[in-house]
Design a protein around this ligand. Structure first.
Ligand code: FMN
Length: 348
């Protein structure tokens, strides 16, 4: 059965129910490991790690760290789980995930539903896997101090993963994006780096940014990440804008838009950051990756690694293999001998 048929069946379910069924399915099947067969040209060293390919699973798909081992086995070069908050929380009222089929997009206003750090930590501890794991952390909705929540998550997870992603860009936790402002960002980064120093942690820290920012915000963020020696950026999260060209009747649902309609904006943001930070700080490009061509655009814009979520929903799990094959062909066709050589060639 091809994925288009499966997709039309999935369409009959509520999107969140379909996702839970997919997680249950993945938890219970055996997947032979595909990753060792990656083309040499896709190898890249980033964040002090060797990636066999640059295609990663974006945060939000595996919120409770239940299936990242299976996703790595499917051929993803790395997987990011979360967003995880200190305490378990339910998230916003349902329905809160909407498929915009005609636009190959999703709008979600989940609000970080997750089982909380203690339960998820035990799961990660018991599920030792080879492969690169990122842990995405955030604050609880009712938190007294959001910074303390990030610090608490950092303390608990830093030695269980390959990198920590500080998520300041979900649009579904009120005012979370205020951490993009100079003073708030400075305070957050200094507290994270202080705890990192106290714990003598070598785990890289990356920051996940909103696509709904202007050039002034970009300058502030660049100044801070350079000053605090951050290890990387994830560009970008979902958008609360970009509704004008959508055709689906769900286009005005409140929440963050992902998928094809945010591809161009995400690429533009990647280019703008790359122009300032060059190769000093690696970029993980995310937003609308759904083919080898869209993956290649992001690499050329300045991303060293990629992630996807919505593309996986619309095209199915074998999209990972397709993207890798197509990307390797595109790199060779343009005469590159490694992925690294292509990073940022279109940023000017
Ligand atoms: C249903 C859904 C839930 C998400 N949850 C999270 C999350 O918990 N934390 C986070 O950092 N990003 C989350 N994201 C954002 C994705 O990680 C990604 O940044 C965004 O969807 C753009 O990539 P895409 O177009 O490939 O989906 C979520 C996205 C979707 C569609």
């Amino acid at each position: 059965m091809n994925y288009q048929i499966i997709n039309s069946l999935i369409n009959k379910f509520d999107p969140e129910l379909a996702h839970s069924l997919a997680i249950q399915f993945l938890k219970n099947i055996y997947i032979p490991i595909f990753s060792s067969k990656d083309d040499e040209i896709l190898k890249i060293n980033v964040l002090g790690k060797k990636f066999s390919n640059p295609v990663g699973l974006a945060a939000g798909f595996d919120k409770n760290a239940e299936v990242y081992d299976k996703m790595l086995a499917l051929g993803f070069g790395f997987a990011e789980v979360g967003t995880i908050t200190p305490k378990a929380q339910e998230g916003n009222l349902k329905p809160r995930v909407f498929r915009l089929n005609e636009d190959e997009a999703i709008i979600n206003r989940l609000g970080f539903p997750n089982e909380g750090l203690h339960k998820i930590k035990s799961r990660v501890e018991s599920k030792k896997v080879e492969g690169i794991l990122g842990i995405n952390i955030g604050p609880n909705k009712d938190s007294v101090s959001r910074i303390d929540d990030y610090v608490e998550c950092f303390k608990n997870f830093h030695n269980l993963c390959s990198y920590i992603c500080i998520n300041i860009s979900s649009p579904n936790t009120e005012n979370l994006r205020n951490f993009h402002d100079q003073e708030n960002l400075k305070k957050l980064l200094s507290e994270i780096l202080q705890i990192k120093k106290i714990l003598d942690s070598k785990t890289p820290v990356v920051l996940k940014i909103s696509p709904d920012i202007n050039d002034g915000d970009i300058n502030i963020i660049c100044k801070n990440i350079l000053e605090f020696n951050l290890d990387g950026l994830v560009l970008t999260n979902t958008s609360i804008k970009l509704r004008e060209n959508l055709v689906s009747d769900k286009k005005n649902e409140v929440g963050g838009l992902s998928g094809t309609p945010i591809n161009e904006t995400s690429n533009l943001i990647i280019k703008k950051f790359f122009k300032i930070i060059k190769n000093k700080i690696p970029i993980i490009g995310v937003g609308g990756v759904s083919s080898g061509a869209t993956a290649y655009e992001k690499i050329r814009a300045g991303a060293s690694l990629l992630q996807l979520y919505t593309g996986l929903v619309y095209k199915g799990p074998f999209i990972v293999k397709t993207i890798k094959n197509e990307l390797a062909k595109l790199l060779k066709k343009d005469g590159f001998s490694s992925l690294q050589e292509a990073v940022g060639v279109d940023s000017e």
